[in-house]
Write a protein that binds this ligand. Structure first.
Ligand code: ZN
Length: 149
């Protein structure tokens, strides 16, 4: 079990050092900003949504390892998904990191499951979910920056 934990941490560190889908997105038609005042994580998410499908998405910003890795993994996971699938994944991801998914039928979230460990650290849950809250704001075209507080 501890070997598994080490592997997971390695994946988080890897995504933090070399985040995927990082930078501005040319041709984006949805944007949202997110801020986690507890930790100081800040990110801007840009999406290109065509006919209800997320064709492309990228993020920029500064944050801790967990928030950056979460945004990196999220952008990988959501490329090519429909808006409805993305919202369903948000629900499952939130259940995963808050530890409330036990009663439900388990849904595989792939690599995103490395972030399940944050459930033991309530402050870190906000770091892990920041990108997802920002995603929802972008899909719903919310103009105000999102705050986890
Ligand atoms: Zn953070």
């Amino acid at each position: 079990m501890s070997e598994l934990r080490d592997l997971y941490q390695e994946l988080i560190v890897d995504h933090y050092r070399r985040p995927h889908n990082y930078g501005p997105l040319v041709g984006a038609n949805r944007h949202a900003e997110g801020f986690n005042p507890l930790c100081g994580d800040r990110l801007t998410l840009s999406l290109n949504v065509v006919d209800g499908m997320i064709k492309e998405l990228r993020f920029e910003g500064v944050g801790c390892a967990i928030s950056t890795a979460s945004a990196s993994l999220m952008t990988d996971a959501l490329k090519g998904k429909t808006e409805a699938q993305a919202e369903a994944m948000f629900q499952h991801f939130q259940a995963l990191v808050t530890g409330t998914d036990k009663a439900e039928a388990p849904v595989s979230l792939g690599k995103l499951e490395v972030l399940a460990g944050v459930r033991e650290f309530p402050v870190r849950v906000k770091c892990a979910t920041l990108a997802w809250h920002t995603l929802l704001a972008a899909l719903h075209s919310v103009k105000q920056p999102v705050s986890t507080e």
